[in-house]
Structure formats: structure tokens, C-alpha cells
Design a protein around this ligand. Structure first.
Ligand code: DCP
Ligand code: MG
Ligand code: MG
Length: 362
């Protein structure tokens, strides 16, 4: 079945949230700054809205330089935690639009891949409709916009989402991949950084088309076997990597949606039991014990909250996991009156369990 992958990236994310929070900013240049401990003088630009970008302001530029470029711009300090809460709710919308819980991959605070092969029936026009629905839902719930790229793989979807910004949808069908990539400067190929870009320029490779036509052996010579082969493949628009949720290697967790949004304790606790059982068997097969347990609850309004417990020594038994997870879930139920949408259980602070004992231990 022809894969259909979409990449969603929020438009001027931090600045868009600030604009939404303070309508008087509308139409003004807004710059969100990460101030260093040297105060307002030291900071760098996190992001800016499109009005500010017209005057040449860019992410990572010193705030002082941004101020010189546009003295009338409104400068605001980063409120990372607040943006993360918005991100969590957006990611919930995205996750529930993917083919399944597993076909979702968040790659940064404001972007994610979704596989929609099945829900679009491999039809790119159908994928456009799904993308429009996603945009509408994010706009309705969070009052901010995003841009979406639709392609036959992650590489193409990612490059398509930045093609029309802000508030765009760009479709690149399998037969359009070559023409889409060809004229682009090689440094626009996702995965090529400054160093590789410069090295390629020295070799006379300017566009992705140049790269695609370049002698593979020469590329392998210059970049090594893996990287050289990858460059050639990527330039042809080939990328077979799956959309897959990334979880930290020092954590084991599972989340799942309730059959419908509910506060019914039987439903919630039986799903919690199932998830905890799953997490424990995964911990067992990895031969690890854990010191912390985290429970996540996502409410009907997509608000995400977590609670954690840390034991003073590593544990690996069902009883400890169940008991602490249940207590935290009980607290969640007492604290809120909303329905629950999704719940999750996670263990962390993993410790290798003494597996194979050496002769000396006996
Ligand atoms: N960010 C940051 N420092 C950077 C780049 C980004 O702090 N050097 C933060 C602020 C951005 C957010 O990450 O709002 C998302 O990064 P993007 O690259 O997606 O940029 P924006 O969403 O701001 O703008 P665009 O509309 O181009 O996606
Ligand atoms: Mg963005
Ligand atoms: Mg981004």
C-alpha cells in the first residue's frame, strides 16, 4: 500500500501563542527572546512572528541585533512551560488524527509526523481533507495555525511542510517527488547541516539535482559509506524510515485512550491495570527495575497532567507499581471534575537487574 505521511509544523509557534494571549500584539512585530543570565543584553531570539521577519529578524540572532533591526518590535521573554502545555494539547489532536497510536511521532515542541496511509486510503486528495480538518481543529481549540506537508515518506513530508508557510498545505505525490526536490539548494535537504552543505559546495554540488547525479563512489569517499549512501538516496527522495513514537531509552511507558471520555472508575482502573501490566512485562523482558512511577492523564479538553512517585530503592514488582499508580489516579479523580480521554503509566529511573551472576557471586 502506498504510504501517506504528513508532517505538521506550527507557525511561528512561541510568538503565535504570545499573540493569541495578548490581542493588542496583532499586527505588530513580536520577538520572543531567550535571555541569558546576563539579562536583556545577552539573549538570543527564540522566534519572531512574520511581521518581525520582514525586517530581517531570525531565530538564534542576538536580541540586541534584532532590536537594532526593528526598534519598534515588542520583545517578550520565553515562557517555555506555558508553550509546552499548548504543545501537549496540539500533540493530542495530532496523535488522534493518525492511523493508530503507534503511527505518530513528535519530533520537537511544535512538529510531528503522522502516518495516515489507512485513513486516507492512500489517496493524496483524501489526505488533503484530513489535513484541513487537523488545521481547523487546532485553530478552533488553540487559535493558532500550522503548516502541513503531505508526502510518500517522512523526508518529503518534512520538506513539504516548510514549502508554504504560514498556514499552508503542500502535497507532493510520489510522481512529483523528483521535480519537487531537483531545483532546491542542497542545504534544504532535511538532514544536511552547515558542514555537509559547505563540503558539498566545494565538490560543486549546489542543488539537490546535482547531488542526485553525483558519482556515488565520490560521495562515499568524501562522507563515508553510510552517509554517502544516505545522501544519494535522500537526493532521490527515498526514505523508508517508519513513523514511530520516540520514547526516552531511560523510561518505559504506555498510554491508551479510553473507549470514550469518561470518569467511570471501573473503566479507568481496568485500563490502568492493563497498561501497568504491559509496562511491567516490558521492564521484565529488558531485565530492569525502576525507581519512579509516573501517571499521565489527558482530559476531554486535551489538558495533560502528570504525577510521579519516586521510591527510595529500585523495585520491579506488580504490587508497588499498581499501588502507586492507583493512588495517583485516585488523586487525579478527586482533583478534577472533567472526563478523562487518555491515560498512561510510565516507569523511569531504570536500573539493570543483576542478571547473570558471575562465578564469584556463588
Ligand atoms: N526555537 C528556539 N530557538 C531556535 C529555533 C526555534 O527557541 N533557534 C523555538 C521557538 C519556535 C519553536 O522552537 O517557536 C519552533 O521552531 P520552528 O523552527 O518550527 O519555528 P517557528 O514555529 O517559530 O516558525 P515557523 O513558522 O517558521 O515554523
Ligand atoms: Mg514552527
Ligand atoms: Mg518546528
Amino acid at each position: 500500500m502506498q504510504r501517506v505521511i504528513i508532517h505538521v509544523d506550527m507557525d511561528y509557534f512561541y510568538a503565535a501563542i504570545e499573540e493569541r494571549e495578548d490581542p493588542s500584539l496583532k499586527g505588530k512585530a513580536v520577538v520572543v527572546c531567550m535571555y541569558s543570565n546576563r539579562g536583556e543584553e545577552g539573549g538570543a531570539v527564540s522566534t519572531s512572528n512574520y511581521v518581525a521577519r520582514e525586517t530581517g529578524i531570525r531565530s538564534a540572532m542576538p536580541c540586541r541585533q534584532a532590536k537594532a533591526l526593528n526598534p519598534d518590535a515588542v520583545f517578550l521573554p520565553v515562557r517555555k512551560q506555558f508553550y509546552e502545555e499548548v504543545s501537549d494539547r496540539v500533540m493530542e489532536i495530532l496523535r488522534s488524527s493518525a492511523d493508530s497510536e503507534e503511527s505518530f511521532e513528535k519530533i520537537s515542541i511544535d512538529e510531528a509526523f503522522l502516518e495516515i496511509t489507512h485513513s486516507s486510503d492512500s489517496d493524496f486528495e483524501h489526505a488533503r481533507k484530513i489535513s484541513m480538518k487537523i488545521k481547523e481543529e487546532i485553530k478552533a481549540r488553540e487559535k493558532i495555525t500550522c503548516s502541513i506537508g503531505i508526502g510518500p515518506n517522512k523526508l518529503i513530508a518534512k520538506m513539504a511542510s516548510s514549502f508554504q508557510k504560514p498556514d499552508g498545505i503542500t502535497i507532493v505525490r510520489p510522481e512529483e517527488v523528483q521535480n519537487f526536490l531537483k531545483p532546491m539548494p542542497v542545504k534544504k535537504l532535511w538532514g544536511i547541516g552547515k558542514v555537509t552543505g559547505e563540503k558539498l559546495a566545494e565538490m560543486g554540488v549546489e542543488t539537490i539535482d546535482d547531488l542526485e547525479k553525483h558519482d556515488i563512489l565520490e560521495l562515499i569517499n568524501a562522507f563515508g559509506k553510510n552517509r554517502g549512501t544516505w545522501l544519494k538516496q535522500a537526493a532521490s527522495g527515498i526514505d523508508e524510515t517508519p513513523v514511530k513514537e520516540r520514547t526516552a531509552t531511560d523510561q518505559i511507558g504506555r498510554m491508551a485512550s479510553l473507549k470514550h471520555d469518561t470518569r467511570d472508575e471501573n473503566m479507568i482502573f481496568s485500563l490502568l491495570d492493563e497498561l501497568a501490566g504491559d509496562v511491567l512485562s516490558r521492564a521484565k523482558s529488558r531485565k530492569v527495575s525502576f525507581r519512579s512511577v509516573t501517571v499521565t492523564v489527558i482530559l476531554s479538553n486535551f489538558k495533560t497532567s502528570t504525577k510521579s512517585r519516586t521510591f527510595n530503592h529500585p523495585v520491579s514488582d506488580m504490587e508497588s507499581l499498581h499501588k502507586s499508580a492507583k493512588e495517583m489516579m485516585q488523586q487525579f479523580l478527586e482533583e478534577s471534575t472533567s472526563n478523562f480521554r487518555r491515560i498512561g503509566v510510565q516507569v523511569g529511573n531504570l536500573h539493570e537487574m543483576a542478571g547473570q551472576k558471575s562465578l564469584f557471586d556463588f
